[in-house]
Design a protein around this ligand. Structure first.
Ligand SMILES: Cc1cc2nc3c(=O)[nH]c(=O)nc-3n(C[C@H](O)[C@H](O)[C@H](O)COP(=O)(O)O)c2cc1C
Length: 324
């Protein structure tokens, strides 16, 4: 079966200052998931061409260079856009300037979308959407601090209501970022269903003429990406949880852009991914049962016998035996 996705999503995206992103089908950042072993396996299987990192919180001083370098190791050697989150513009700009000196970093992304109650009550993440002019000023400051890198922003459609979108988009437009990623929910909606999500994205498309717009929200399948294109005409997509369920999703969407059929992934392929994930995490001394179960739950569902076997395992070796 084919799903019409546009060939423009296969084109590289030039960024200010000379860098590029190799395409416009990018992984959505996921704190606690797109890190360490998960990224290593995605890189090993060549399922991704560039990374957008989960947020680096900048709240109590500028993180040390060595700490920033550590955070970036998982994404190497692919071109990486590093996401920062905070409320203090000078601190964010100085952190970005440090990140800009690290190899592989092609851009800095400002997180104005995180819905965590603790983050938002401190004014950061999605809480920044209450202050559109701050977002504009922060993006301009990041641009000045990192003249050779792309500057982008991750937003939601509003804090309480999608009616906030015109003010948010107006301020973002003034800063002319290299691209914008819009998750179509409000902050208060967290991850609840948003039936008019694609229409909200289409509205943003109108409000951000000339700005490269990536869509985010419930991109679990190639069909969902094709629908997002058909309704909202976005310039690119950033599936997140769909990558946990189907690590091949970015490549499948790219295949659809080339007019190819969508491949069905077998249980054996999924087991192979889990095996690699467990082995890699164990080798790195970073085995976390929670991460493996999260991936297995997305891939097979809680009721599947394989998920139940993994849930009752208490070591990496027992998990690998459960997969046999
Ligand atoms: C566990 C988890 C962690 C996330 N962490 C981040 C993050 O660090 N930065 C960010 O911009 N978005 C983050 N997101 C949001 C996703 O990138 C994405 O916008 C959202 O999940 C909607 O897309 P999806 O329905 O395809 O998952 C996270 C989402 C999840 C589920």
């Amino acid at each position: 079966m084919t799903f019409p996705c546009p060939t423009i999503w296969l084109e590289s995206l030039p960024l200010a200052g000379g860098g590029t992103l190799p395409g416009r089908v990018l992984p959505g950042p996921m704190e606690g998931i797109t890190a360490g072993a998960f990224c290593a396996v995605m890189n090993e299987l060549r399922l991704v061409s560039a990374w957008v990192t989960p947020f680096i919180r900048v709240s109590e001083g500028i993180p040390r260079q060595a700490r920033l370098r550590d955070r970036l190791a998982a994404f190497s050697p692919l071109p990486t856009v590093v996401q920062v989150m905070g409320t203090d513009i000078p601190m964010l700009a100085q952190t970005a300037a440090r990140l800009a000196t690290e190899p592989g970093v092609v851009g800095i992304d400002l997180n104005c979308a995180c819905p965590s109650r603790i983050v938002v009550s401190g004014g950061a993440g999605g809480g920044r959407l209450r202050h559109p002019r701050w977002i504009r000023d922060a993006l301009l400051a990041l641009r000045r601090a990192c003249p050779t890198k792309g500057i982008s922003v991750k937003i939601r459609v509003g804090v309480e209501s999608a009616e906030e979108l015109p003010w948010i988009c107006g301020a973002v437009r003034e800063a002319q970022p290299d691209f914008v990623v819009l998750h179509y929910r409000t902050v208060e909606e967290m991850y609840r269903a948003a039936p008019d999500g694609l229409r909200r994205l289409a509205r943003a498309r109108e409000l951000l003429p000339g700005v490269t717009l990536f869509g985010s929200g419930d991109l679990y399948t190639v069909a969902a990406a094709a629908r997002m294109w058909a309704v909202a005409g976005v310039d690119g997509v950033t599936p997140a949880r769909g990558l946990v369920a189907t690590p091949w999703l970015l490549r499948d969407i790219e295949a659809a852009c080339r007019g190819e059929d969508v491949r069905v992934h077998t249980d054996e392929e999924k087991r192979d991914f889990l095996r690699r994930l467990i082995s890699r995490a164990e080798r790195d001394g970073a085995w976390r049962k929670g991460l493996v179960l999260e991936v297995a739950r997305h891939q097979f569902g809680r009721e599947h016998p394989l998920f139940c076997r993994l849930a009752s395992a208490d070591s990496a070796a027992a998990m690998l035996a459960g997969l046999a």
